[in-house]
Design a protein around this ligand. Structure first.
Ligand code: SF4
Ligand code: SF4
Length: 102
């Protein structure tokens, strides 16, 4: 039973001091969790402290790779809406690029 920090971690340091087991440590290119020490906060807190403070959706996953803060959970922007916005931004960019090279 242990969580994992993925490459989308932005090294904000927020989670490290909150871990009751000192399982989180600074590494390169991003923070990591010592799987031997992580207890998923069971017995210490009702909610995992690292994922409760982490500002990046999807940066921390459980043993099965499930995101503890899935897309949309922190921003309130659903994946579908985000994709829609990204498509609109891309279309605007491509239009501007085409106009510039015309
Ligand atoms: S789930 Fe709890 S014990 Fe595990 S790394 Fe996060 S804060 Fe530490
Ligand atoms: S809180 Fe999240 S983004 Fe910040 S260091 Fe920890 S895992 Fe990385």
């Amino acid at each position: 039973m242990a969580f994992e920090i993925l490459s989308s971690c932005v090294n904000c340091y927020a989670c490290e001091p909150l871990c009751p087991n000192q399982a989180i440590y600074q590494a390169r290119p991003h923070f990591l969790i010592d799987t031997e020490k992580c207890t998923e906060c069971i017995g210490d807190y009702m909610q995992a402290q690292c994922s409760s403070i982490c500002p990046i959706e999807g940066a921390i996953v459980d043993e099965l790779g499930r995101e503890l803060n899935p897309p949309g959970s922190l921003t309130g922007i659903s994946p579908a809406l985000l994709a829609q916005y990204q498509a609109a931004v891309e279309a605007t960019y491509q239009t501007a690029l085409a106009a510039k090279s015309a």
